[in-house]
Design a protein around this ligand. Structure first.
Ligand code: DQA
Length: 144
């Protein structure tokens, strides 16, 4: 079972960017946690981050044929990207949308998500733990 874990713009700055909102955990720490939990479930992981919408879309298109599920933190593209929505729709895979922060208690512009329309599950506000939760969810969802 292969899971793509995709991370959008500015998440490469995690640990340095607004730690009061996003915590002190870096993306490298998150990748380590994801790989550890994935190993427990016997999942293969492809982990990537990009600041570029097109690069994320290329990965989602690849997931269409090469992944069993997608975990995605689309970061700011969550709230803007019809193209990521459309790519996820075309992928026809289970999608777990993860946000470190609880976007619903933040600015109004973060309340709308194009990605949620294509998500099987949405996790927000659990911090880095949200990625691990997403893996645990997929472990039961994919074997149903
Ligand atoms: C985020 C929330 C988004 O609104 C924001 O643009 C991000 C990170 C989160 O993980 O909480 O970059 O996706």
């Amino acid at each position: 079972t292969r899971i793509f874990v995709l991370n959008g713009p500015n998440l490469n700055l995690l640990g340095h960017r607004k730690p009061e909102i996003y915590g002190s955990t870096t993306l490298a720490d998150i990748e380590k946690q994801v790989r550890n939990r994935a190993a427990e479930h016997g999942f293969d992981i492809e982990f990537m981050q990009s600041n570029h919408e097109g690069a994320l879309i290329d990965e989602i298109q690849r997931a269409r044929t090469e992944a069993d599920a997608i975990i995605i933190n689309p970061a700011a593209f969550t709230h803007t990207s019809v193209a990521i929505h459309d790519a996820l729709e075309a992928a026809e895979k289970p999608v777990v949308e993860v946000h470190l922060s609880n976007v619903h208690r933040r600015e109004e512009f973060r309340h709308r998500s194009f990605v949620s329309l294509q998500a099987t599950a949405v996790i927000a506000g659990a911090g880095a733990f949200g990625y691990t939760m997403a893996l645990d969810f997929l472990a039961q969802h994919l074997t149903r």
